[in-house]
Design a protein around this ligand. Structure first.
Ligand code: SF4
Ligand code: MG
Length: 326
């Protein structure tokens, strides 16, 4: 079974002023053993909610979530607890997820003890081993989170996430709260650990350079839905959906040669509200290529050759797509 299988996930809730907020609206993502899938989109697109629902910190209101084949969609907190050794979430801001009263050693050891992965002296040895793996020293075990830098704290939350050797790690913007100077080292660490230990990973980010570096496959989210999904190299080489084209055109490309034909596509207007999202194609209010059909008819997420999925009326069956920049 895949390590993570999300099928038609919905996370709807009632808005205080009436109506339904469709934060996540029919998202399907499958992650195989050892595979890294990047989930990208603007802030407000629902990607963090997908991540929280995937590890059952939030409960989906529709669809299913399976981890290693086990349906956890509606399991109680209690029933899900023994399964938590298999999956873990690394948060955006490590400060909010690390208990300030605990020592680093206690924080890293907690899941190990909870899941009875080791006892007594073995716990300490395991903690020191984990600290070494994330580039910290044994002495760090006796410190408290506030005595460490932001980058070190994020290393701690990664050590904690890996303490029970999970099959799945969901990382939600794991570097965006860090100084730019340490972002690359934390990202490299995550990539190295992923390669060594082979956990599956849902990597949620708006950092396209990071996702290109880390992910095997990328899913692009817009307003609660996936609009395109493709292997990383293919997505960057030829984005099909106008929204993906716009997203990639705005990304800084370090290699000037690659800048070649990618003209910047400026999207007008803000991301619409997930409360009463636009009819037809949700992107039609900002799409440079929108036609009348787009305002009324919902484009299905279709399978294209090469393991790609895209939802746009203008993309042909063979994958031929118009260029939103021209
Ligand atoms: Fe643009 Fe229409 Fe395609 Fe939606 S379906 S992305 S509005 S062209
Ligand atoms: Mg977020």
């Amino acid at each position: 079974a895949p390590v993570l299988e999300i099928t038609a996930m919905e996370r709807h809730f009632d808005a205080s002023g009436g109506g339904t907020v469709r934060a996540v609206d029919g998202v399907s993502i499958t992650i195989g053993r050892g595979e890294v899938v990047g989930l990208v989109g603007e802030s407000g697109s629902g990607k963090s909610t997908v991540g929280r629902c995937a590890v059952r910190l939030d409960e989906p209101t529709g669809g299913t979530v399976r981890i290693n084949g086990t349906d956890i969609t509606h399991l109680s907190r209690r029933a899900v607890r023994p399964l938590r050794k298999d999956f873990h979430l690394v948060f955006q801001d490590p400060s909010s997820s690390l208990d300030p009263r605990m020592t680093i050693g206690q924080i890293v050891a907690e899941p190990i003890k909870l899941h009875r992965q080791a006892r007594g002296e073995d716990v300490r040895a395991r903690v020191e081993q984990l600290l070494a793996q994330v580039g910290l020293r044994p002495e760090h075990a006796d410190r408290h989170p506030h005595e460490l830098s932001g980058g070190q704290r994020q290393r701690i939350s990664i050590a904690r996430a890996l303490s029970c050797d999970p099959d799945l790690v969901v990382a939600d913007e794991p570097t965006s709260a860090l100084d730019v100077s340490v972002q690359a080292s934390v990202l490299n660490l995550l990539a190295d650990l992923q390669r060594d230990r082979g956990f599956g990973c849902l990597f949620i980010t708006h950092d396209l350079a990071a996702v290109e570096f880390l992910a095997d496959r990328i899913a692009v989210m817009y307003l609660g839905q996936i609009v395109e999904q493709a292997p990383t190299a293919e997505l960057f080489a030829s984005p099909k959906h106008p929204y993906t084209q716009a997203l990639l055109s705005a990304a800084p490309v370090p290699d000037p040669v690659e800048q070649r034909s990618r003209e910047r596509i400026v999207l007008h207007g803000d991301l619409p509200s997930p409360l009463d999202p636009p009819a037809g194609c949700r992107f039609h209010t900002r799409c440079p290529l929108a036609t009348d059909r787009c305002r009324t008819e919902v484009p299905a997420l279709r399978e294209l050759p090469g393991g790609r999925q895209v939802s746009c009326h203008l993309v042909a069956e063979d994958g031929t797509a118009p260029d939103a920049a021209s």
